[in-house]
Design a protein around this ligand. Structure first.
Ligand SMILES: *Cc1c(COP(=O)(O)O)cnc(C)c1O
Length: 369
């Protein structure tokens, strides 16, 4: 049997008809940028996400960068980011000229540890960027409390967790301004690049709309030096078709995670994902850990099972960030996760038979049957 790491087959089957109709209407409309489809998706996504405003943008990295720009974060400011995250969270901080300060994750959940946030907060700290990594909401109640006490802003990186929540409040609705990505592989993904900023503050929303469109509210009048960071009408139309299915697709991911968890307890030195009791985990990724990670990955590969590593090199050890002056050993928890993590096949529509097969291959590797 071959089990791909990611397959769009089930979700494509469900939306194919509506998708082709949406494309035809889009094509025939003769209006391709900043039109009614974008407005419609922004209204639907902000309602879904319990956020006052949604501003569609070009991709997740641009959404994060725009959010920081809107808050006026720049040179001389420090932003706390997790030491274990996708590089884009850190890139956004350095792209606005601010300095990333890393906080270690909770080794159980792999999301930023609130205690560590307090430990690295200093006089230059302006903001915290919690990342709902792998689809699990960070401990947002504690993070918001620390931010309130220390007068820090919060920008959530919700690229991996659309539809998740912490104690019932959706991720992407906690921070002053938040960012998400609609990259095809995300829980809500377009057929190309896309992203969004969400906020409850009308003035931040206005500024974000202006910044994404050359710093202009009235055509050819430029109040601020903006960007071209717009979300295409076509991607907005596609995302509007998919949004109503997001919750059911997240439930399918959670069912698949349950199948894995039932089969992989007490297997070798495998560490299974742990969910914080307050967090609704939407399993963008199903990440296990093992000291024999590379051998396990090779074994699965030779048995037709696709896996990936999220992520093999922490930001502080990337060549791009050499200038920050960090060394191996500076963030031992992030380094240990990077050295041991392995993402198993996970997508809406993965069958129980496929999860069975992957699990059997893993047990076979550890000699347990
Ligand atoms: C995917 C991702 C991003 C960036 O999104 P793009 O649309 O690919 O630019 C940012 N942060 C995290 C945590 C992501 O997973």
């Amino acid at each position: 049997m071959d089990v791909p790491f990611l397959s769009f087959r089930a979700t494509m089957d469900i939306t194919r008809g509506a998708m082709l109709r949406a494309f035809e209407q889009f094509h025939d409309s003769g209006w391709y940028i900043l039109g009614s489809r974008l407005k419609s998706f922004e209204a639907n996504y902000s309602a879904y996400n319990h956020a006052g405003h949604c501003i569609g943008v070009s991709n997740g990295l641009d959404a994060l960068t725009l959010a920081l720009k809107v808050l006026g974060i720049g040179p001389g400011d420090e932003v706390i980011v997790p030491s274990h995250t996708f590089i884009a969270s850190v890139l956004a901080v350095t792209h606005v000229g601010a300095t990333p300060v890393f906080a270690e994750p909770d080794p159980a959940t792999c999301t930023i540890d609130p205690t560590q946030i307090e430990a690295v907060t200093g006089p230059k700290t302006r903001a915290i960027m919690p990342v709902h990594l792998y689809g699990q909401a960070c401990e947002m109640d504690r993070i918001m409390e620390i931010a309130g006490k220390r007068h820090l802003l919060v920008i959530e990186d919700n690229a991996q967790a659309q539809g998740s929540s912490f104690r019932g409040k959706p991720t992407g609705s906690w921070g002053q301004i938040n960012a998400t990505s609609f990259y095809p592989g995300k829980n809500l993904g377009g057929l190309g690049d896309g992203g969004a900023v969400t906020t409850d503050h009308a003035d931040y929303a206005d500024r974000a709309r202006m910044l994404r469109n050359y710093g202009s509210a009235i055509k050819y009048e430029h109040e601020i030096a903006g960007y071209n960071m717009r979300l295409d009408e076509l991607q907005a139309a596609i995302l509007d078709v998919k949004l109503p299915y997001l919750d059911s697709w997240n439930r399918m991911r959670q069912q698949a995670a349950q199948w894995y968890l039932e089969r992989l307890g007490q297997v070798g030195d495998l560490i299974l994902p742990v969910t914080h009791p307050g967090s609704d985990h939407v399993y963008h990724l199903f990440v296990v850990r093992s000291s024999k990670r590379d051998e396990l990955q090779a074994h699965l590969q030779s048995n037709g099972v696709g896996t990936l590593i999220h992520y093999p090199i922490p930001a502080h050890l990337q060549k791009a960030y050499q200038y920050l002056g960090y060394e191996r050993g500076d963030f031992p928890i992030a380094e240990s996760i990077a050295a041991s993590c392995l993402s198993l096949p996970m997508f809406p529509g993965i069958s129980e038979e496929e999860v069975d097969y992957v699990s059997e291959c893993i047990k076979q590797f550890f000699g347990g049957g």
